[in-house]
Design a protein around this ligand. Sequence first.
Ligand SMILES: Cc1cc2nc3c(=O)[nH]c(=O)nc-3n(C[C@H](O)[C@H](O)[C@H](O)COP(=O)(O)OP(=O)(O)OC[C@H]3O[C@@H](n4cnc5c(N)ncnc54)[C@H](O)[C@@H]3O)c2cc1C
Length: 387
Amino acid sequence: MGAGPAGLTVGNILRAAGVDCVVLETESRQFVETRPRAGVIEEWAVRGLRERGLGENLAARAEPHSVCEFRFAGERFRFDYHELTGRHHYVYPQPLLVTDLLREYADVRGGDIRFEVRDVMLHDLETDRPAVSYLDPRTGQRHVLRCEFVAGCDGARGVTRDAIPDGRVRVARRDYGVAWLALLAEAPPSSDCVVFGVHPDGFAGHMARSPEVTRYYLQCPPGDDPENWSHDRVWDELRERLGAAGAPPLTEGRLIEKRVLDMHDYVVEPMVYGRLFLAGDAGHLTAPIAAKGMNLALHDAFLLGDAITAHATEGDDAGLEGYSHACLRRVWDYQEFSQFLSGIYHGTASGDPFLAGTTLARLRRLFTSRAAATAFAEQYLGTAAAF
Ligand SMILES: Cc1cc2nc3c(=O)[nH]c(=O)nc-3n(C[C@H](O)[C@H](O)[C@H](O)COP(=O)(O)OP(=O)(O)OC[C@H]3O[C@@H](n4cnc5c(N)ncnc54)[C@H](O)[C@@H]3O)c2cc1C
């Protein structure tokens, strides 16, 4: 269920192993191939895609990044995580990855994918023959697919999580009480790296997406209306919050995306109910604060695709039995980092002078203590040896 990074990766793994599967998607192919979202992919995720024959384009085109920059108290602080750890991560826009995965699944591996399905429902999940049904928008007919497993990869707004009866899983939530105005500007990047502006007026972020397009973020009140943010107001605030001595000026451009995202997280435990296995945002949402959501979706998808393959080809159920536990260890670690980063990004704008003081102390420590910096870099890159 779902043709995002998680669903398409599971589908590709199953196709490669000759395991029958169908991917259902409520949107059109064109829509999913152009939906802008993530950009940062971690090294292990790139390796995992390549090992499964899914990372060729990415390896050729993704840009390795090794430095980011914090701007606070009117100054610039370069954070060279490559120098600290010998590792880096990649920037590859999510629409490109989804396009690669879709092409491989549908056009190369001959996978069955049905777009623009309507009114999707799940049935008999607690039996060993669950089913998924949907309305075909062209004929108005309801189709029923009987299967062995349902992979719930339908994102934060899908239906699979809600198909689990009350009380069968625990949903843990965290609301940060802030929102980000997520912007895409038709403008070349204004810095050679990701920039985090920590400012008393609120957080601001700069992230290259391509030579022509740059993502920016501006902290704003939860539920704010993007229409409150005119072109001039956006660029004035970005200049103010990302301003620092010696910083190059921002290159202004037309805003082609302007959305308000409330910053909240959730985790579903366990990520399994009967024959339904949740993967990606369907099972856990990580606010874009730490740029981890797509990485977690890929991690789940590797584990789930491999586990179903082992079940189908060798009768080995160890992967399926350990699936939720194996996913959740990394999920909780990344959620903890997201919470920590939220403190750093939003503390100085909290209106609480005590919190503002401790936030700046935390930030300064990254540039005065190699131990603190190395620990931060490891979480930033997702490179811990174990979770
Ligand atoms: C602005 C922004 C920036 C981000 N930046 C980063 C980043 O830099 N790094 C990072 O790792 N993550 C980032 N993320 C998070 C990342 O985009 C998500 O975590 C990722 O898309 C999750 O993949 P997924 O496959 O689980 O879900 P999705 O990509 O949401 O895919 C789910 C699919 O299911 C479909 N669907 C929904 N309902 C149904 C249904 N009933 N039946 C069938 N299909 C259905 C949807 O249309 C969708 O195509 C960002 C997110 C946002 C919003």
